[in-house]
Design a protein around this ligand. Structure first.
Ligand code: TYD
Length: 220
C-alpha cells in the first residue's frame, strides 16, 4: 500500500485461524485494550464489514442458498474483501485508525486454495488483485486442532455454517495451510496455540501489537 495514504496511528491487525479458535474473543479484548489506551479502533470482519460484504456473507455461508461451486465461492470472498478494503479499511488507515479484522486473505488461501483445492498461488493472486496488494502489519494466527475447534464452536453457538460443517480432515488441511502461510514469515506473523488460557493469549497478543505499533511509528 502507498504509505502516503496512512496517517500516524494507522495499523492493520488481522486475526486468522480455524473455526472455533477464539478469534472473536481475542479481537474484542485487544480492541478494548487499545481503546482504553486512547487509540481510535475499528473492529471488523470478513466476509462482511460493508453492505455488499454482509450480503455476500449470507449468500456464501448460509445453508439453503443454492449450490456454491469452489470458484464461485473464492470469487465471492474476494469480492467481499475488495469492497471491504476499498470502502472501509483504506479510508480508516488514512484517518490513522487501528483496524482489528477477523480474517483476511490467508483465510481464502487456506479454505479456498487448500480446502477446496483451487491452489494457493491462484487464490493469492486473485486476492492481491482484489485488495490492490494491501498487507496486514501483523497477522495473529490462533492455531487450533480441528477437534477442539469443532467442540468450541458447537458449544458456542450451535449451528455450523456451510464451511464450518465440512468434515474434520478438511479442517486439518486448513490448519496446515495457515501454518504454512505463517512459516513463509516476513516477520509479520504471531502464531499462538489457541488452547492457551484466554488471559495468557491476551497478554502475548498485546505485547506483539505494542511492538507493531512501535515499528509503524518508527516508519511513519
Ligand atoms: P467466521 O466469520 O470466522 O465465522 P463465525 O461467524 O462462526 O465467526 O468465518 C465464516 C466462515 O467463512 C469460516 O468458516 C471461514 C470461511 N471463510 C472462507 O472460507 N474464506 C474466506 O476468505 C473467509 C474470510 C472466510
Amino acid at each position: 500500500m502507498n504509505e502516503m495514504q496512512r496517517a500516524p496511528g494507522a495499523l492493520f491487525v488481522v486475526f486468522e485461524g480455524g473455526d472455533g479458535a477464539g478469534k472473536s474473543t481475542q479481537a474484542a479484548l485487544l480492541a478494548r485494550r487499545l481503546q482504553d489506551a486512547g487509540r481510535e479502533v475499528l473492529r471488523t470482519r470478513e466476509p462482511g464489514g460493508t453492505v455488499i460484504g454482509e450480503e455476500l456473507r449470507s449468500l456464501v455461508l448460509d445453508h439453503g442458498r443454492g449450490q456454491v461451486d469452489a470458484r464461485t465461492e473464492a470469487l465471492m470472498f474476494a469480492a467481499a474483501r475488495a469492497a471491504h478494503v476499498e470502502q472501509l479499511i483504506l479510508p480508516a488507515l488514512a484517518r490513522g485508525t487501528t483496524i482489528i479484522c477477523d480474517r483476511f486473505i490467508d483465510s481464502s488461501v487456506a479454505y479456498q486454495g487448500v480446502g477446496r483445492g483451487l491452489g494457493t498461488e491462484e487464490v493469492l493472486r486473485l486476492n492481491r488483485w482484489a485488495t490492490d496488494g494491501l498487507r496486514p502489519d501483523l497477522t495473529i494466527l490462533l492455531d487450533v486442532d480441528p477437534l477442539s475447534g469443532r467442540l468450541r464452536r458447537t458449544q458456542g453457538h450451535g449451528a455450523e455454517d456451510r464451511l464450518e460443517s465440512e468434515p474434520d480432515d478438511f479442517h486439518a488441511r486448513i490448519r496446515q495451510a495457515f501454518l504454512d502461510r505463517a512459516r513463509n514469515d516476513d516477520g509479520t506473523y504471531l502464531v499462538l496455540d489457541a488452547s492457551l488460557e484466554v488471559e495468557d493469549l491476551e497478554a502475548r497478543i498485546a505485547s506483539a501489537v505494542e511492538t507493531a505499533i512501535q515499528a509503524a511509528g518508527a516508519s511513519s
